[in-house]
Design a protein around this ligand. Structure first.
Ligand code: AVI
Length: 316
């Protein structure tokens, strides 16, 4: 067996599929094809988080601005800005209220940032923008001695895809890079009727299944492997007792996948699972605890009218 794995993806697949409890980190969903499938997920009527956050930012950005006790000017620093559609609602509301701010989206992809900059410049030509390419924490470090206050954004509910220890680690690192008085607006999906959550992650259109199957496609194309997609299925389960959605691929028979790149076989029993994602739903009490344990205080929760989702405003 070739033990020197050539890429982080190869390394993580090797580790994850050789483990007793097989797993693949959910960050590998988002290659070009997976990102396109995720856009389709966001458009499904069953997938409520996107609409909820859009509603919050469209209706309550004025209140968000009022809750920042900043002396202007200030920066709005966004981690993982995507296409900026939702954030645009907030920037527009801030501009309408004559707030003096600079928008600093951070993304690892220069291409994504270029597209975002074009979108924002077209829709809101008066926004001052300083996009930064790179790793979140490198950019945070480079901003350590900015004098103006910062509002950091980590939206879309992405924090729910981190295991609790990783989420705490990430928030602690954000906190380390912030000044006292800087604020963080964190999108978090809330606990609710389990049936609503179950439908959002096990949709009747098969889009979430395709999102998961794309992991096998990546293994085939990037690791020169021979997984037969017909021999795998998808399973999604929401546990209302701990607020966790877990999604899995299921091996439909005893089988092996061979990878030429890794020069190894992966063995599966019939009905064996590969855990592909955690999507955590929070109670307001859990949000308070998480904020406290990572050096923040919750200022206010901005929720949609159904109380499905919150943009939770925290201060350091
Ligand atoms: C990106 N993230 C917040 C999504 C979520 O809801 O956990 C990813 C997702 N997985 C399946 N559907 C959507």
């Amino acid at each position: 067996m070739n033990t020197t794995a050539p890429t982080p993806f190869a390394e993580d697949i090797l580790h994850g599929l050789k483990s007793d409890e097989k797993h693949i980190p959910s960050k590998y969903f988002y290659d070009d094809n997976g990102s396109r499938i995720f856009m389709q997920i966001m458009k499904m009527p069953e997938y409520y988080p996107t609409d909820c956050e859009f509603e919050i930012l469209t209706g309550q950005s004025g209140n968000i601005l009022d809750s920042l006790n900043f002396n202007e000017p200030f920066n709005i620093v966004e981690f993982g800005s995507g296409d900026g559609m939702k954030t645009r609602q907030m920037l527009k509301a801030f501009l309408d209220r004559k707030a003096d701010f600079t928008y600093i989206p951070i993304d690892i992809s220069q291409e994504a940032l270029n597209a975002l900059e074009k979108n924002i410049k077209t829709a809101l030509p008066d926004v001052k923008m300083k996009p930064k390419t790179g790793d979140y924490f490198d950019v945070l470090k480079s901003m350590a001695d900015t004098k103006v206050p910062n509002l950091f954004l980590f939206m879309g509910g992405n924090i729910g895809n981190y295991h609790l220890d990783e989420a705490k680690d990430l928030l602690n690192k954000f906190n380390d890079g912030m000044k006292k008085g800087d604020m963080l607006l964190l999108g978090m999906d809330l606990r609710k009727n389990p049936q609503v959550i179950q439908k959002a992650y096990d949709d009747p259109h098969g889009i979430t299944k395709a999102f998961n199957m794309n992991l096998l496609k990546r293994i085939n194309s990037e690791l020169d492997a021979d997984a037969n997609l017909d021999q795998f299925d998808f399973y999604s389960f929401y546990n209302p007792e701990n607020g966790e959605v877990h999604t899995y691929l299921i091996s439909l028979k005893k089988q092996q996948i061979h990878s030429n790149v890794l020069d190894t076989d992966f063995s599966f029993e019939k009905d064996e699972l590969i855990w592909t994602e955690l999507s955590k739903k929070f109670s307001l009490e859990e949000i308070n605890r998480l904020a406290k344990s990572t050096g923040f205080q919750v200022v206010r929760n901005f929720m949609d009218c159904r109380h499905y989702f919150t943009d939770s405003l925290w201060v350091k």
